[in-house]
Design a protein around this ligand. Structure first.
Ligand SMILES: NC(=O)c1ccc[n+]([C@@H]2O[C@H](COP(=O)([O-])OP(=O)(O)OC[C@H]3O[C@@H](n4cnc5c(N)ncnc54)[C@H](O)[C@@H]3O)[C@@H](O)[C@H]2O)c1
Ligand SMILES: O=C(O)C[C@H](O)C(=O)O
Length: 341
């Protein structure tokens, strides 16, 4: 029997965590043999702690075989103590017409404090996924405030965008999402993100690999396929978060939790042979990949071996490279705003 790992989840009483905590406890993230001790961190306000306690009651009532213990707290010193993994979800979600700049102003302080708590209390090997928006810049802020933890241990979530891109292509081609392989989403989790299908393929039931462009062209014709990729597809993936807020009246939650599980599952257990996923990674640790300078957290295609991610170097076209540069500029703009705050 493996010894339990400690996993802190912030915003434990919020929407995303109402799905995320149950999936972690069930073994979806760390595998079917890894027991977990869940640290549920909330703001130290009675109503929030009480709500977290209610969620913990439900977790216990599931009798998950791998759930070793639950710690509920409003104190970051307790929440981050000796943790192996940190899911930083707790932050205000975007509402109505709020921009990412508005969100940054509202949420940046949370990540200054949590970075400092990670520095002081977490294991030096802790792996951090930032979900709270603006996720890339919040991941950067967290890392800056936890200087003794390696930069490569701080990531932000673009997996939702990656999964959204897969979902759109699968729907368009009437194939299973599991057949759509090696899409990549680059850049900021914002309207400048860049979903790229150029290296992706559809895995046939007979093992054939049909390039996505070719599969689309077969269904709708080559010109219409190009128009679709540069228009409807790109816009849909870039603006899906807002579309969900408009439809649901609240930001995405179950799909966000699912993406967080996918991200950390691949980080912990590895990516399948020959495949990659999209992860927001610290460009201090990417050696200038895709021409993006050090100093931001930027999504790139990554494979994971033995718990370590590495960037997959793909020969992107000049047109794509220009979009990648624009998203990097967007992130350096956020970085400047964050430093000002
Ligand atoms: N990166 C992505 O793809 C993605 C996708 C969806 C949502 N999000 C973001 O995730 C965040 C959470 O969304 P939600 O729908 O769960 O929000 P929510 O409002 O339902 O829950 C947030 C919870 O965080 C708690 N919280 C606030 N500050 C905290 C702190 N300092 N420590 C601990 N807990 C704290 C709140 O009390 C609340 O319970 C938002 O910023 C949202 O925009 C990101
Ligand atoms: O877009 C948002 O504000 C919510 C979230 O980041 C999403 O992509 O669904």
């Amino acid at each position: 029997m493996l010894s339990p790992i400690r996993v802190v989840v912030t915003g434990a009483a919020g929407q995303i965590c109402y799905s995320l905590l149950f999936r972690i406890a069930r073994g979806d993230c760390f595998g079917p043999e890894q027991p977990v001790i869940l640290h549920m961190l909330e703001v130290p306000v009675e109503v929030c702690i009480k709500r977290a306690e209610g969620v913990a009651m439900e977790l216990r009532d599931c009798a998950f075989p791998l759930l070793a213990d639950i710690v509920i707290t409003g104190d970051a010193a307790v929440g981050f103590k000796d943790v192996d993994y940190a899911f930083l979800v707790g932050a205000a979600p975007r509402k109505g017409d709020m921009t990412r700049a508005d969100l940054l102003r509202k949420n940046a302080g949370i990540f200054v404090g949590q970075g400092a708590a990670i520095e002081q209390y977490a294991k030096k090997t802790v792996k951090v996924l930032v979900v709270g928006n603006p996720a890339n810049s919040n991941a950067l802020i967290t890392s800056v405030n936890a200087p003794s933890v390696p930069r490569e241990n701080f990531t932000s979530m673009e997996r939702l965008d990656h999964n959204r891109a897969i979902g759109q292509i699968a729907t368009k081609l009437s194939v299973l999402p599991g057949q759509v392989k090696n899409i990549a989403v680059f850049g900021n989790h914002s309207a400048t993100m860049v979903p790229v299908v150029d290296f992706g393929y559809i895995l046939g039931t007979d093992g054939t690999k049909t390039p996505i462009r070719e599969a689309l062209a077969a269904v709708m014709g080559a010109d219409a396929a190009e128009k679709y990729l540069a228009g409807e597809f790109l816009t849909c993936v870039r603006t899906r978060g807002k579309a969900i807020i408009d439809a649901r009246g609240m930001s995405s939650a179950a799909s966000a939790a699912n993406a967080a599980i996918d991200h950390v599952h691949n980080w912990h257990c590895g990516t399948p042979e020959g495949e990659w996923v999209s992860m927001g990674v610290h460009t201090d640790a990417t050696n200038g990949a895709y021409g993006v300078k050090a100093g931001v957290v930027y999504s790139m295609p990554c494979r994971v071996v033995d718990g370590k991610w590495e960037v997959v170097d793909l020969p992107v076209s000049e047109a794509t490279a220009a979009l990648l540069a624009a998203s990097a500029e967007d992130l350096f703009g956020e970085r400047a705003a964050a430093l000002e705050i």
